[in-house]
Write a protein that binds this ligand. Structure first.
Ligand code: SF4
Length: 360
């Protein structure tokens, strides 16, 4: 049994302050230094933390562990996107994807092993939930990619929780990871650059809204009627479109910020002209922008890819209705890292990593 209380990556800044004061007689400033060494400088060797006294370093070294991300596999796409297969506790495998974009990279991380939500266009949905990842296991994906990115001379600017699993179904693990990603002594990322995507767990969206965690929100809508949405997303039977959009409306977004509504276009199923018009009506008055994600039929789940021109027609129409709409073409198709395609032969798949590519 792993002693997670010694795992540094499971601690938030305030918890670390408390631990150091209580068990090590150290000041808050030491917690700040530790966080900066580990998250800002990537240093986990106490011998290198020379601004901390040797005596304290020895005590801390005897207590803390810094589990490493174990890269089980890594594939590089011809478009520059990289798919990582990480081994986490117990030998489970989860995927992270570094998505190559014109001027930046986005890291897509997993939050669970498997998923309980059963979305029909995503193979993870057919596999059920094995377990949620700990905060440390989530951050280890981030650390592992940061380290490996040095081999490619790049780094990511955004993080999206859109890999395997439903992030808000692992509320504590994910929000604690978000805290460390956005803590000014931690990774120091802007909350605008960290996005949690949900299938539409309405109570969890409301819980997130009333918490002190600051993060961007994306919601998978994927249909304009309850009938079609329930067919492809069983969660709609519990929280229908009306309830979901009410939660989106109430979600606190800062100035110039919006909730991202994701719409996977499943050719012939949810992409009719009526759907297009209904979507514009449903979005009216909401603080949202829309990401259109043409389904990638390489995922082999029996859905169709919409015609390219039709996707542009949707975008133009939504724009004409005053909505910001972007097209997210899949990336990394040749390494099975594209939308709905994140499958490992043995264990699982994950959701569609979005591609931040605003189409004209
Ligand atoms: S799309 Fe996301 S929430 Fe739905 S089954 Fe796949 S991983 Fe789970």
């Amino acid at each position: 049994m792993v002693d997670t209380s010694r795992d540094f990556f499971n601690y938030s800044y305030s918890e670390l302050v408390e631990l150091l004061e209580r068990d090590f007689g150290a000041t808050k400033f030491r917690a700040t230094q530790l966080f900066e060494w580990v998250y800002r400088k990537g240093v986990t060797d106490f011998d290198q933390m020379t601004n901390i006294s040797r005596e304290l370093r020895e005590k801390l070294a005897a207590f803390f562990t810094f589990p490493k991300a174990r890269i089980h596999d890594r594939r590089v796409s011809s478009d520059g996107t990289r798919k990582y297969l990480f081994e986490v506790e117990g030998g489970d495998l989860v995927e992270s994807v570094m998505i190559k974009q014109p001027n930046r990279m986005t890291l897509c991380v997993s939050s669970q092993v498997g998923c309980a939500m059963g979305c029909k266009f995503c193979r993870t949905g057919t596999m059920g939930l094995k377990r949620s990842l700990s905060t440390s296991e989530i951050l280890r994906q981030v650390n592992g990619v940061i380290e490996d990115a040095r081999n490619f001379g790049d780094s990511f600017q955004n993080i999206v929780f859109m890999g395997m699993g439903e992030p808000l179904h692992n509320f504590d693990g994910v929000t604690r990871a978000v805290r460390n990603l956005t803590d000014r002594f931690g990774y120091g990322m802007s909350p605008r650059k960290v996005t949690v995507s949900t299938v539409g767990l309405v109570p969890a969206i409301r819980r997130l809204a009333s918490s002190d965690v600051s993060v961007s929100l994306a919601v998978s809508l994927n249909a304009t009627t309850d009938e079609v949405r329930s067919k492809v997303m069983p969660i709609n039977e519990r929280f229908n479109i009306e309830e979901l959009l009410a939660a989106v409306k109430d979600f606190p977004v800062g100035p110039r910020k919006k909730v991202t509504m994701e719409y996977v276009m499943l050719g012939g199923l949810n992409d009719t002209e009526d759907d297009m018009r209904r979507l514009a009506r449903l979005m009216r008055g909401l603080p949202v922008k829309v990401n259109l994600i043409p389904y990638n039929d390489n995922a082999g789940l029996g859905f169709n890819t919409p015609a390219r021109d039709w996707v542009f027609t949707w975008q133009r129409y939504l724009n004409s209705q005053g909505l910001q709409a972007f097209i997210r073409w899949s990336k990394g198709a040749d390494i099975a890292a594209a939308c709905g395609q994140l499958a490992t032969e043995s264990k699982k798949v994950s959701r569609f990593p979005v591609v931040d590519q605003a189409a004209a």
